[in-house]
Design a protein around this ligand. Structure first.
Ligand SMILES: C[S@@+](CC[C@H](N)C(=O)[O-])C[C@H]1O[C@@H](n2cnc3c(N)ncnc32)[C@H](O)[C@@H]1O
Ligand code: SF4
Ligand code: SF4
Length: 325
């Protein structure tokens, strides 16, 4: 059965204030009763489409919401897959045991470099707390993915971070570029991005397991240019991905600043079908600058969010693409 993904920002509150965070407002929190109505709505949506669902709970910091555990249990009891995207600072032995009982597809913890770099971005002590959380999860037998958001101040930490992740038995280290209009201080230049892609491809080879898989994932936009593997990535916005924010707003992707409606507007299908931007994203042509590219039918233009943030256009060739150079 086809899988639909709901990325559900149950709260915008957070115990950290990371330098690159796209969260503009840190106050909204979804009320308890709205949460369960939202879940029912999502189940109806899946039934109509004949799909199964993967719900990724996130925030803000999702574990800061008082209803986090009860909602997680309800999601699992409803037959849906569960993922959790967290900064990892609120996970001790008890929480890890609760996660184990939930049998989530994964718990994703953000690590934005080695201790010094991570703490410069995320605040003093954040690295040690996240790593302690990862250790508790691993001891409880929970699958742990680490997410690395690449920016100017941390991209050279990738190799060292891969070593840390290997030592701590992380299942998957995946990474992607920061989405920001700040090309001066935050966003990677094309040269920096290329350097990181090559390093990540090296680490991918180094972290290969006996069964041929690797801890390091290079499956996001344009990363295939360095691994030489076929491109599997395509942007999910307008397709089988929906974002629900804590104030009920619905978006095609958290990293593209388009609100298509609100949970209170009606059934999810109706909101999606009435949205011109969802339609445009789903039907978009290949960017004009990509038509001659040998990778075009698989890549289709790279990361629309990165390009939109820097140029105001999501239907153009990825700003960091070096194919053919
Ligand atoms: C918004 S956080 C929410 C979950 C949790 N608080 C955390 O930090 O992992 C989810 C992920 O989005 C990433 N993120 C935040 N702002 C971003 C941006 N401007 N561009 C790309 N990724 C961003 C974070 O680094 C984190 O890995
Ligand atoms: S921990 Fe996550 S939500 Fe909180 S400020 Fe950092 S990136 Fe944003
Ligand atoms: S030219 Fe376009 S299609 Fe080809 S790799 Fe670059 S972004 Fe992707």
């Amino acid at each position: 059965m086809a899988v639909h993904t709901l990325q559900w920002h149950i709260t915008h509150r957070c115990n950290l204030r990371c330098a690159h965070c796209y969260q503009g407002d840190y106050s909204a929190e979804m009320p308890r009763e709205v949460m369960y109505e939202a879940l029912e709505k999502y189940l109806r949506f899946l039934r109509r489409r004949g799909m199964t669902g993967q719900v990724n709970l996130t925030g803000g910091e999702p574990m800061a919401h008082g209803e986090f555990w009860a909602l997680s249990r309800k999601i699992r009891e409803s037959g849906l897959r569960l993922g959790v995207l967290t900064n990892g600072t609120m996970i001790g032995r008890d929480e890890a045991e609760c996660f184990r009982a939930l049998e989530p597809a994964f718990v994703q913890v953000s690590l934005d470099g080695t201790r010094q770099t991570h703490d410069a971005i995320r605040g003093q002590g954040a690295f040690d707390r996240a790593l302690a959380g990862i250790d508790c999860l691993k001891r409880a037998g929970v699958r742990v993915n680490v997410s690395f958001t690449a920016q100017k101040g941390n991209y050279r930490d990738f190799a060292a971070l891969a070593r840390v992740c290997r030592r701590h038995r992380v299942d998957k280290l995946w990474w992607d570029r920061v989405v920001t209009p700040d090309v001066g201080k935050l966003a990677l230049s094309t040269g920096e991005f290329r350097e990181l892609c090559l390093e990540a491809a090296r680490q991918r080879r180094r972290c290969r397991r006996p069964d041929g898989t690797s801890m390091v994932n290079c499956g996001r936009a344009l990363q295939f240019l360095a691994t030489g593997r076929l491109c599997k990535y395509h942007c999910g916005a307008g397709g089988d991905l929906l974002i629900l924010l804590a104030d009920g707003a619905l978006m095609p992707c958290r990293r593209l600043p388009f609100i298509i409606g609100n949970l209170s507007d009606g059934e999810l299908d109706d909101v999606i079908e009435a949205s011109p931007i969802m339609r445009d994203l789903a039907r978009a042509d290949i960017p004009a600058d990509c038509v001659k590219c040998e990778h075009v039918f698989r890549c289709r233009g790279g990361a629309r969010c990165v390009t939109y943030a820097q140029t105001g256009r999501w239907d153009a060739r990825d700003v960091n693409c070096w194919a053919g150079e």
